[in-house]
Design a protein around this ligand. Sequence first.
Ligand code: AMP
Length: 423
Amino acid sequence: MAKLRTVKGMNDVLPGEIERWHRLEQAFRDRAERYGFAEVRTPLVEHTELFERGIGEATDIVDKEMYTFTDKAGEGKSGKRLTLRPEGTASCVRAYLQHNVQGQEPVTKWYYLGPMYRRERPAKGRYRQFYQAGCEVYGDPGPYVDAELIDMLVGLLGELGVRDVEVLINSLGGATTRTRYREALLAYLRPRAAELSEDSQRRLERNPLRVLDSKAPQDQEIAAGAPRVLDFLSDEDAAHFDGLRATLDALGTPYTVEPRLVRGLDYYTRTLFEVRGRGGELGAQNALCGGGRYDDMIAQLGGKPTPAIGFALGIERLLLAMGPADAEAGLDAFLAAQRPEDRPAVLVLARTLREAGLRVETDLRGNSLKSQLRRADKSGARFAVVLGEAEQTQGTAKVTDLRQQNAERREIPQAELVEALRA
Ligand code: AMP
């Protein structure tokens, strides 16, 4: 019989590896909360229409990467089209509108963390189920908050040891700028259409901006000579972009202006940014994080016009950039029973230590003391703690420091054990 395996492009994360995930997730949560964000959790499944309207039908994601299915129909009804969420922003906006958060506070700051689904070609750093951590701010037009978000991200990466990064920024301007730029870009690209890659030819009329970040060499050559969106910014858009740059300068956050940065989602307005990594095991998938402003989306999805900005960080990619793991904190103590009748007392003591916050393991399958101690050694625990007849009558425990060679065994009163094992 064929072995059962994960779906292509979807991965298990096993103990041994998950500790690094926890470290990253905790660092993200802590930092987001220090910056005033609160967590929101939305379902993994949404109505397909949310992504079609929110992300845009001309994007690769909506066009060909979504996991969409028809739900079972109720009696006399047709089934609804549902989609596994390919990103977090559209769901957050849906929740923001559905719960009328807009009417309750002027500025809302949310973060989220969880799996996303895109049917992309799997490669190192590119999966069909992957995790994102993201932040969204509603109600603040920027540009200060734009710079603050970017700075917060760079701080997070630095805290996780990822310092070899490049921050790219660009502005796509507002809706009018975009329309004017689109026309100019099309006027430049149309006569060169035959020289573009097949993908770009297909995209040309629907989504000409995407030609700019194509990886195909012939496209890159043509893109190099294309008109620059920054030359098309309205006065207000230009002032916003200048404000972003001045604030990043004041914060001391290094960045590079990249006028060809467009990114794959249709909803961006004005500020756009991407953080690329250079170190670790990243390879070709070097975009760690992407984000930008989407000032029109809330109105497009039926809300009162509200400025918004957000970013999403790819957790698997960040883990690759972080490089190999440091040694993780292991067990504090391994408890062993001298005789079979000592086993219940071992469990009572183990519970007391665990309640006090220590990491404790036992092996009470019925093995000899010697074999329990062998497991204690292998477990990486700091201390071995043995209970026997003498210890039980005296209310003590025998403690050995497993990290010291030839460590002496100390007899410690059980009441002092928590303190002794913490040392
Ligand atoms: P996006 O939602 O496309 O703006 O992507 C934001 C970040 O999510 C990227 O910079 C990547 O780090 C990560 N990401 C996007 N797609 C994938 C994928 N298929 N596999 C792994 N990470 C991804």
